[in-house]
Each structure stands twice: as structure tokens, then as C-alpha cells.
Ligand binder design. Structure first.
Ligand code: ADP
Length: 288
């Protein structure tokens, strides 16, 4: 047996078409095109390529993109003022910040000042708290994309055992909370977890967000398990190619379904931002 490939490009394309149709209807009803603003401080190449991807996703879904590049010397007060301006701008429906911010700016400057209803990546303390409570909210886009993959492929979640490897605030932890909200029995593993293999072997759904190539091999999987791999690694042995945290070749004959890297969870993430921006825009309509 060989696993079903969970095709992120196909899911992203379906989402794109759905969102494009929705944004056209919304713009007509609102009388303006919803804007997604992207705040970056300083000039980081990784952030720049991230922003380029989001711009493309905006173009392809009919959302206006407004990048706001602040100089590296921006102070916390200056950054808060920029966020306040975006909060007050009715046309700006979603605001995204490229993280990490430079060392002199704690993430809390944004997390505590961005309006939660515009926080399309779920980084504000309010939205993180809502997620922890299991309330409806904007969740971080990477794990939201993973949940979307599970749903689009009708992978059963409720009552199943999900093991999440990695506990970062933007991927592992929110993914665990979303799986919990969907009634999975959830185990979170991290750097200090002994017996990783034994725990992973009990999982119906394995989620990896550890940043370690080949951390999970086929021998560690329960036959038929679903594997969602958020890993982005460029190990020397792969000769510059991108690989996930899961050893794809050995996992493929054991897993029931698996996301490839690239082409798995990655393409779906930006579409989650588009969806949240449109959801934020829709609330303007309800309130009008
Ligand atoms: P991301 O932001 O992509 O989730 P981070 O680098 O912030 O990734 O976090 C990596 C996570 O992976 C941490 O929670 C860490 O404990 C976990 N991790 C790293 N190495 C291992 C390992 N060998 N076994 C289990 N968990 C690991």
C-alpha cells in the first residue's frame, strides 16, 4: 500500500477559486476592495520573499495588498502608531506583520495593539486566548492550513489520537489547540520528550513542526496514519532541495495519507490569510 498524497497545491487552487468569487461579491457589496496590509520593520530577505508570496495570493484572490515597510530604526512607539493608523482605517480589513521583528521590538508591541478583528494571523493576545479557550477566532495561518488539509480530505479527527511534534507559538501549539477543538485526543511532543518513536507510533494523525529533517521515519508510524508535515528544512544531504521533518520515502508505504514537502501544507497557508481577510471584511457588511 502507498499513502494518499495530500496535495496542497490542489487544495490551494480550490480555495483560491472559492475566495476569488467571494471577494468579487464582497467588494461589490462593500463598495471597495478589501485591503490586506503587511507591516515589516527593516529589510529582511526571508520576510521579503514571504511578502512577495502574499502579494501574489492577494492578486489571485482579488484582495488589495498594501505593504508597509518601516525603517529598521522604528521605535516601539512608532510601530504602535503605525498599527493604530491601520486599526482606524476602515478599508484595511486584515493586518499582517512579518515576524520576527528586529530584536529591539518585542512581538508584544503588535500582539497587544493590533485590533483583534483585523488580526488575520491570530497573533494578538486576544485571539491567542480565544484559541486557547476553544472559541471561534482567527488562528495562525500555517496550522489553520493543516486543519484545512485534514478537512478537505475528510480525514476523521474526532476521537482520534493526534501527536504534534513541536510546540512553537505559531505552529505546533496552535495546531494542537485546533485539533483539540476538533475533538482529537492530543499529545504534544518537543525537544525534551523521551520515547518520541513510541508516542508517534500511537498516533492516528502525526503533525510535525520541529524543523528537523528525517526526525520522523516510516518505522515510527502506525500503519495507515495521516501525516501532516510543516517542516521546512534544507539539509546538506538533500543538495539544496527543501525537505520536511518526515522521511518521505520510508513514510510513504506505511502512512495512510501524507503531505509532501514541498507541495503539501505550504501552498495552503497564504490562502488562510486571504480567507481571514475576507471574513474580516464580511463583518463590516454585517455591521453596516
Ligand atoms: P516552528 O516555528 O516552525 O514551529 P521552532 O524552531 O520554533 O519551529 O520550534 C521547533 C519545535 O520543535 C520546538 O517546540 C522543539 O521542542 C521541537 N523539536 C525540535 N527538535 C526536536 C526533536 N528532536 N524531537 C522532538 N521535538 C523537537
Amino acid at each position: 500500500m502507498t499513502a494518499t498524497i495530500l496535495d496542497g497545491r490542489a487544495v490551494a487552487e480550490t480555495l483560491r477559486a472559492e475566495l476569488r468569487a467571494e471577494s468579487a461579491t464582497l467588494a461589490a457589496r462593500l463598495g471597495f476592495t478589501p485591503i490586506l496590509a503587511i507591516v515589516s520593520v527593516g529589510d529582511d530577505p526571508a520576510a521579503r520573499s514571504y511578502v512577495a508570496g502574499i502579494r501574489r495570493a492577494c492578486e489571485r484572490t482579488g484582495i488589495a495588498c498594501r505593504p508597509l515597510e518601516l525603517p529598521l530604526a522604528t521605535t516601539a512607539v512608532g510601530l504602535r502608531a503605525a498599527i493604530d493608523e491601520l486599526n482606524a482605517d476602515r478599508g484595511v480589513c486584515g493586518v499582517l506583520a512579518t515576524l520576527p521583528l528586529p530584536p529591539h521590538l518585542p512581538t508584544s508591541v503588535i500582539a497587544d495593539s493590533l485590533a483583534p478583528e483585523k488580526d488575520i494571523d491570530g497573533i494578538t493576545t486576544t485571539n491567542a486566548g480565544r484559541l486557547a479557550f476553544g472559541w471561534p477566532t482567527f488562528a495562525p495561518n500555517t496550522p489553520a492550513g493543516g486543519m484545512e488539509m485534514l478537512r478537505r480530505y475528510n480525514i476523521p479527527i474526532a476521537g482520534n489520537h493526534a501527536v504534534v511534534v513541536g510546540r512553537s507559538g505559531i505552529v505546533g501549539k496552535p495546531m494542537a489547540l485546533m485539533l483539540l477543538a476538533a475533538d482529537a485526543t492530543v499529545t504534544i511532543c518537543h525537544r525534551r520528550t523521551p520515547n518520541l518513536a513510541a508516542i508517534v507510533r500511537g498516533a492516528d494523525i502525526v503533525v510535525t513542526a520541529a524543523g528537523r529533517a528525517r526526525l520522523i521515519t516510516g518505522a515510527m508510524l502506525k500503519p495507515g496514519a495521516t501525516v501532516i508535515d510543516f517542516g521546512i528544512n534544507f539539509p546538506e544531504w538533500a543538495g539544496g532541495k527543501m525537505v520536511g521533518d518526515v522521511d518521505f520515502a520510508s513514510a510513504l508505504p506505511v502512512a495512510g495519507a501524507i503531505t509532501p514537502v514541498p507541495g503539501g501544507t505550504g501552498p495552503v497557508t497564504n490562502m488562510m490569510l486571504m480567507r481571514n481577510t475576507l471574513a474580516a471584511a464580511r463583518t463590516l457588511l454585517d455591521g453596516a
